[in-house]
Design a protein around this ligand. Structure first.
Ligand code: FAD
Length: 370
């Protein structure tokens, strides 16, 4: 029984459903309503730590070549990633270069290459003077990904129950029993907590010690590209510090000021100050004007205290499995995180692929996880 119909819960359900009877309980009336439906939808290596990069590398084959019958449409399309730096940020760029090099083939970009890739970026003094380019970035299709996992669950006889917000949880004998807000009851021997920003709250109602997760709000805006350019081939362009990213989005551009505002779990709404900051940073870093914001939204990126994802049984409750803390990388790591979860739950050995289960465990020492 999996609580949460976001990418974490659905991917784990799909991985488990080949050998087990699986049920997903989702509080909303649709899957992917919260974080999984509000992301920047990129796969790239400029975010996270070495553990996140290793999980991303191990997952990317799934996006390039999904299992047969998983999806009728591609799970993403290639989009180059350009990380750029000002003169005073060159040290940070060098260190990012060294961090990413084991995972992706990078090119150094000078002002000419930066201009060729993204002609609106301000260059020279106070602007971008150097960059890193990863041509293997992927703009993911989260809808195709979520639907693919959901289809896999249903095809093998699994169930996804929508509108099933879990309100009470208790353990009786060998079973976890749950009751939803509308009074339905369900029982299963193993409970998977994939409730995203609410994972600590779900643990609390089950009497399990919370992880200390922090949901962080992030804002995205979309706006029109300048009239006289075709932006469709532009990269996902990101400042080397966490200040701004933007990329083409269905005929427009999307951008985020990369805000990280600690928030209670909620239906996150964009904050007007962050919306204004996104527009201001676009105008500072590029030659574009944001005359009108076409669309804006916010979502929660939920982190464990050490910012690494968690997949493992709770040490303080039988058969209570945590699958949480996917922060800003939960889509791009979902294929492998789901396999980890399924093999741990089924007691099967985990073929390491550069990551150990100890690195993902609920209680881990800082030295193993990073
Ligand atoms: C602005 C933004 C940009 C991002 N960019 C990227 C990116 O480029 N690449 C990337 O890989 N990731 C990105 N992410 C991160 C990614 O979206 C998340 O890591 C991922 O979606 C987390 O998935 P989840 O299933 O854990 O959470 P969610 O999708 O939030 O799913 C949890 C589900 O649990 C349900 N739930 C909660 N409590 C209960 C309950 N009591 N009963 C029943 N159901 C319950 C909720 O309704 C929710 O649907 C971004 C996120 C944001 C917000």
């Amino acid at each position: 029984m999996i609580i949460g119909g976001g990418v974490a819960g659905l991917s784990a359900a799909a991985a488990l459903s080949a050998d087990a009877k699986v049920m997903v309980l989702e509080g909303e009336e649709s899957i992917g309503f919260h974080s999984s439906g509000r992301s920047a939808t990129m796969l790239h290596y400029a975010l996270g730590n070495p553990l996140v990069r290793a999980l991303t590398l191990a997952s990317r084959g799934f996006f390039d070549e999904p299992p047969p019958s998983f999806t009728d449409v591609p799970l993403g399309r290639r989009m180059p990633v350009l990380v750029y730096a000002r003169q005073d940020e060159l040290d940070v760029l060098d260190s990012l270069d060294a961090d990413i090099a084991p995972f992706a083939t990078l090119e150094r970009a000078d002002e000419r290459v930066i201009h060729e890739l993204c002609p609106v970026l301000r260059l020279g003094e106070g602007g971008a003077i150097a960059g890193l380019v990863d041509r293997s970035g992927i703009r993911l299709d989260p809808h195709a990904l979520l639907q693919g996992f959901a289809r896999q669950v249903r095809r093998t006889g699994g169930e996804i129950v929508l509108g099933a917000r879990v309100a009470r949880i208790n353990r009786a004998g060998e079973l976890w029993n749950v009751e939803t807000e509308r009074g339905e009851t369900f029982a299963a021997p193993v409970l998977v907590n994939a409730a995203g920003a609410w994972a600590d709250a779900v643990a609390a109602i089950a009497g399990v010690q919370p992880l200390g997760l922090t949901p962080m709000r992030r804002t995205i805006i979309t706006f029109d590209a300048p009239d006289d350019v075709d932006a469709s081939g532009w990269p996902f362009a990101k400042t080397v510090g966490d200040e701004l990213y933007f990329a083409p989005e269905s005929g427009r551009l999307f951008a985020s000021p990369m805000d990280e505002v600690p928030t209670d779990p909620c239906d996150a709404q964009p904050d007007e100050l962050e919306v204004a900051l996104a527009a201001q940073r676009i105008e500072e870093r590029t030659t574009m004007r944001v005359n009108r914001i076409a669309h804006k939204w916010a979502g929660l990126r939920t982190f464990a205290p050490d910012r690494g994802p968690v997949a493992g049984f709770a040490p303080d409750a039988p058969d209570f499995f945590w699958l949480a803390g996917q922060g800003g990388f939960g889509l791009q790591t979902s294929p492998v995180m789901a396999q980890v979860a399924a093999s741990l739950i089924q007691g099967e050995p985990w073929p390491s692929r550069g990551v150990t289960t100890e690195q993902l465990a609920v209680r881990r020492s800082p030295s193993v996880s990073r």
